[in-house]
Write a protein that binds this ligand. Structure first.
Ligand code: ADP
Length: 542
């Protein structure tokens, strides 16, 4: 049929143009390595991103070629988020917290051609430089020191750009970015994002029942810009024209709270381990910080325990849990309550908010167990499978024989074990590799962890499976006690017994070990594979 709508491409230049034209006065505030604050505006981001795009084209960057970054969150990283894709290139945000061997593998696997590096990260970069096939290295001197010899200055590169930049004619299905999974359960895999996915994802993220982004917000992505596309926040925030706060390398609770207070942040996003520290700081000095009365947090990457959600409510900070994956740009579900569920008793509301939430529009979800598609009854566990316009269709140059996560009928298998309830709320019970199989039945490590972290004496807890001569596996609770708190295995077992079937509860005292700190992944998640290794010789008493 003739006469429908224009064929208008969904590409990132639209977001950059909008931010520059409509929100030119709005600020981007970045904390620099020396802790001072750098201030610029969307007008600057617009101008400098286009300059970067022009400079890259002049340097010979071809369509689809990769430009890597090795950077903390800052205005320069934001320029790269726009400048690289609007030049026709692909932004590859490297996770510099990985081991040097992994960084080298990833940068070479992605065939990065150029790289932009924060000068404070040069010592890390030097460890891999010789192993990379990168043509040019641009150094952003955010520390204020001169750029060391042997490197090109990012500012000089920008200054040399021609001033007649015009956007290339981009197809919405072209690649604009790429990101490797953080490697919690195996070797990192590369995901390539399209302009279209990024634009649609930004629109969905801004919706009121998602992160509810508005121009009136002040947004602080604590999540590193290399982790899962910074959860889409740089693009979503620019789309609505909200003020942005970039915390730079200073991610301790005090520095973050200081920024929240100073700049009156209304939305801050990061993994639960960041929020544990912040909640502790607030608990120690309640009322000391004059935070924005509507401060909310977007928490994901691993489960936000109910105790944490309740704890923040006491300080007037509202937690929104979201679930996602690098493979999903990354937003998949968001846990906001439907209006009529707000009439439920308080405990039930909290239990719902501690679930991972409802699929966002255009993300379809299903649970699949060995019998096939499982009912949404809140009880039947199976693998969560998804499909949608911002779900990856494959990995970048996957090695032959690599685990194939796509089903024949076009769904992506997330590797997360979930239930979905009749209202549609998804609840992650585990990652497949973390499930505990005891006496032929599954035990959810996530549920046990969340309950343990609800005990007043527990700071952090992770639960892992340990081989057992009789039961095949039994849960071992690895616990970090709060400073000064006296917690015993028996007390923890009693605490768990109040909620769980007896066979779920780790046996006291053998099933509880106390350690100083739970090892973390490069993205700040609990690294359970390291715990499994550490306790691989663990012997249950006869
Ligand atoms: P990696 O797989 O290396 O950890 P990602 O950062 O992409 O890389 O992690 C995605 C995974 O993180 C999901 O498959 C899920 O297991 C976990 N995850 C993300 N958000 C949540 C959440 N809110 N609750 C529980 N698990 C989550």
């Amino acid at each position: 049929m003739d006469g429908t709508m224009m064929d208008y491409p969904l590409t990132l230049p639209s977001i950059l143009e909008r931010a520059g034209k409509l929100f030119g006065k709005v600020e981007i505030v970045s904390r620099l390595p020396d802790k001072s604050l750098h201030r610029c505006t969307y007008a600057d981001v617009h101008r400098r991103s286009r300059q970067l795009a022009a400079a890259l084209q002049q340097a010979g960057l071809k369509r689809g070629e990769r430009v890597a970054t090795m950077m903390w969150n800052s205005y320069v990283h934001l320029e790269a988020y726009f400048g690289v894709p609007v030049s026709g290139g692909v932004l590859h945000t490297l996770n510099f917290r990985l081991h040097a061997d992994d960084i080298a593998y990833i940068a070479n696997h992605a065939e990065d051609r150029f790289i932009i590096v924060d000068d404070v990260l040069l010592p890390l970069f030097e460890q891999v430089r010789d192993r990379l096939e990168i043509e040019r290295v641009f150094v952003a001197a955010l520390s204020g020191k001169p750029v060391p010899e042997g490197y090109e200055n990012y500012e000089t590169f920008l200054e040399g750009a021609p001033d007649n930049f015009a956007y290339p004619d981009l197809d919405e299905n072209e690649a604009c970015g790429m990101c490797y999974t953080s490697g919690t359960t195996g070797r990192s895999k590369g995901v390539v994002y399209s302009h279209r996915a990024m634009v649609l994802h930004s629109l969905a993220e801004c919706m009121t029942d998602c992160a509810a982004l508005s121009q009136k917000d002040t947004v602080m992505p604590v999540v590193p810009m290399f982790h899962a596309n910074a959860w889409g926040l740089p693009y979503a925030t620019a789309l609505v024209g909200a003020k942005t706060i970039m915390p730079g390398p200073h991610l301790d609770a005090d520095s973050l709270l200081d920024l929240c207070e100073r700049e009156q942040v209304t939305l801050a996003a990061g993994v639960p381990t960041i929020w544990f520290g912040i909640l502790n700081a607030l608990d120690e000095n309640p009322g000391a910080r004059k935070l924005h009365p509507k401060l909310r947090t977007l928490v994901g990457g691993s489960a936000a325990p109910e105790a944490m959600i309740r704890g923040f409510d006491k300080h007037g900070v509202h937690t929104i849990q979201a679930w996602g994956m690098t493979e999903m740009t990354p937003l998949g579900t968001v846990s906001t309550l439907k209006g009529y569920l707000e009439a439920l008793p308080e405990d039930e509301q909290y239990a719902l908010r501690a679930k991972q939430g409802l699929p966002v529009p255009f993300v379809e979800a299903r649970v699949v167990d060995e019998k096939g598609e499982a009912p949404w009854d809140g009880e039947t566990m199976g693998e969560l499978q998804v499909r949608g316009p911002w779900v990856a269709a494959s990995y970048h140059n996957a090695e032959a024989g690599a685990e194939d996560k796509w089903t024949d009928d076009g769904w992506f298998g997330t590797g997360d074990v979930v239930t979905i309830d009749a209202e549609g709320y998804v609840k992650i019970t585990d990652r497949t590799k973390d499930l505990i199989k005891s006496g032929g039945e599954w035990i959810s490590s996530v549920d046990l962890e969340n309950a343990l972290m609800g005990h007043p004496g527990v700071k952090e807890a992770a639960v892992i499976a340990v081989a057992h001569p009789k039961w095949q596996e039994r849960p071992l609770a690895v616990v970090v006690a709060k400073e000064g708190a006296e917690v015993t295995p028996e007390a923890l077992a009693d605490h768990l017994a109040a909620t769980f079937a007896k066979w779920w509860v780790p046996e006291a005292p053998a099933g509880y070990v106390f350690i100083e700190e739970i090892p973390r992944t490069s993205a700040g998640k609990f690294l359970k594979s390291a715990l499994r290794e550490r306790f691989s010789d663990f012997q249950w008493p006869e």
